[in-house]
Design a binder for this molecule. Structure first.
Ligand code: URA
Length: 487
């Protein structure tokens, strides 16, 4: 009997190396037992021990298996079935003499491995969809932590998705088996922990719940489909879960009210009027660079964000504006309307501008990233922070807007805007409240993003931070006044 000990539950390389040596030495599947280091010992300790795969001259020098088997085995090995190592070795053994075995979908071994791989992929998909990060710490020391209980050993498989999607935020996903951590550069793994280690609520929870409630469309409710996609076992870790029951209960009532109301016009990107002729068009474009830029940006494919977004949301305002306000990226409302800062953050901005003595019609308002980045969660479009690649891909538009407007002052609201305006990642608190000279002669002012104010949980902090935001904008108002006086 050959007893093979793998390093971990997901040790595919170890399995592959051992399986290859066993098969080359003609060791029959029934003569191999598999275990994982640190796992439960065999019920009957072996009498004739061989803890290593066999060495020495092999009767069969080499053999090939289809590439598809390797792909399938790499995924199926993540299944929690304790027999998976033996099953995969049996399949490998049989493939040596029947190269096309994988084509026989009804073969019990082929069918079982395929079912296992499918279950692993489904679990990975569920993890992508149902991990909810909770913020631990505040502002610049924030870390985002999530708790998840995967059915299979998929944490390593699923982690790169989160590293790509949440590239700019440090996160940890805690699970009972293994924990994955992202520090902005690399994913690392530590042993699993108890659920009690995971945070249960944070200051984003209420925002998330209100968002879910506001985009929930009762007329499109399909309870069975929803429960199929979002099985109950995931609910306990979802902040929005407590809303599902009351929302379903009130859905019928609300849907009838919606039907009774008049239909609203669908949101469509606005069509521009065709120019009378090409010459006229060119003349207009020369006189109006921003309009030309807007048209060009409508087809922007510089990064993948255009694929999901409704449209490019370009900046708007007078070309002669002396102040340019830069936000992060359009939100849900902006994406539909095709205009920056028209949603809740826009309303907060409008109020603060007015208090600071700045007329929004006199400034140019834009975003560092011009497409809405989000993850669909059923009917929800959940805002995602753009990563450095996306910010860089979009910077050309900001630079060209800057060249066309030539403002005296650029106000960067939030970290993404500051990164685009200053050309580097920069902490807001260290830079806010004073004018910064940029290399091209423009001046910059860094402040918080209005959405940050919306997210603050307690009224005192909200009022205090709002005042600070208005104070920052007053510095911009001062620049504007001086500039108008000098003109
Ligand atoms: N947040 C932004 O940064 N920009 C918008 O246009 C809306 C919300």
């Amino acid at each position: 009997m050959h007893h093979i000990t793998l390093d971990s539950e997901t040790d595919f390389d170890g399995w592959r190396e051992a399986a290859r040596a066993l098969a080359l030495n003609d060791v029959r599947p029934s003569d191999v037992s598999w275990r994982v280091a640190g796992g439960a010992p065999e019920l009957f300790e072996p009498t004739e021990q061989s803890l290593e795969p066999p060495h020495g001259p092999s009767p069969q020098a080499t053999f090939n298996v289809p590439a598809r088997f390797v792909e399938l085995a790499e995924i199926a090995i993540l299944h929690r079935n304790p027999e998976r190592f033996a099953l995969l070795y049996r399949l490998l053994w049989r493939l040596r003499s029947d190269h096309d075995l994988l084509e026989i979908a009804t073969d019990p071994d082929v069918a079982e491995v395929a079912t296992m791989a499918k279950a692993v992929r489904r679990d990975e998909h569920k993890m992508h969809a149902f991990v909810r990060f909770r913020e631990v710490g505040r502002e610049h020391t924030s870390h985002f932590v999530a708790w998840f209980e995967p059915e299979h050993h998929i944490v390593g498989l699923a982690a790169p998705f989160f590293a790509r999607r949440f590239a700019d935020m440090p996160w940890s996903i805690l699970t009972p088996d293994v924990c994955a951590h992202w520090d902005g550069h690399a994913v690392t793994f530590t042993p699993g922990v108890a659920k009690s280690e995971a945070p249960t609520a944070d200051r984003l929870e209420e925002t998330w719940r209100s968002y879910y409630a506001s985009i929930f469309n009762p007329a499109r409710l399909k309870v069975q489909a929803m429960q199929k996609e979002m099985p109950r076992k995931y609910w306990r870790n979802l902040p929005e879960a407590s809303l599902i029951k009351p929302l379903i209960e009130s859905a019928e009532r609300t849907a009838s009210a919606m039907i009774a109301n008049e239909a609203t016009e669908p949101h469509k990107p606005q069509k521009r009027l065709e120019p009378a002729n090409k010459a006229e068009d060119m003349a207009r474009k020369r006189a109006d660079d921003i309009e030309a830029l807007r048209e060009e940006a409508a087809d922007c494919r510089a990064c993948h964000l255009y694929q999901q977004a409704t449209q490019t949301v370009f900046g708007e305002g007078q070309q002669t504006a002396r102040i340019m306000l830069v936000g992060e990226q359009p939100g849900d409302k902006e994406d539909l309307a095709g205009r920056p800062f028209v949603g809740p953050a826009g309303q907060m901005l409008d109020r603060a501008l007015e208090e600071a003595g700045i007329d929004r019609r006199k400034v140019y308002v834009t975003n560092a990233v011009k497409h809405f980045k989000f993850v669909p969660r059923g009917k929800i479009r959940l805002h995602q922070k753009p990563n450095t690649l996306e910010i860089k891909a979009c910077r050309q538009w900001y630079e060209r807007e800057l060249a066309a407007i030539k403002p005296e002052l650029v106000v960067a609201m939030g970290t993404t805007a500051a990164q685009s305006v200053l050309g580097r990642i920069t902490p807001i608190n260290r830079n806010r409240g004073h004018l910064i000279d940029l290399a091209d002669g423009t001046r910059a002012l860094v402040t918080v993003h209005p959405s940050y104010l919306l997210r603050l949980p307690d009224a005192d902090a909200k009022a205090r931070e709002y005042r600070r935001f208005v104070e920052d904008l007053k510095i911009a108002a001062d620049v504007l006044r001086k500039s108008l006086r000098a003109a």
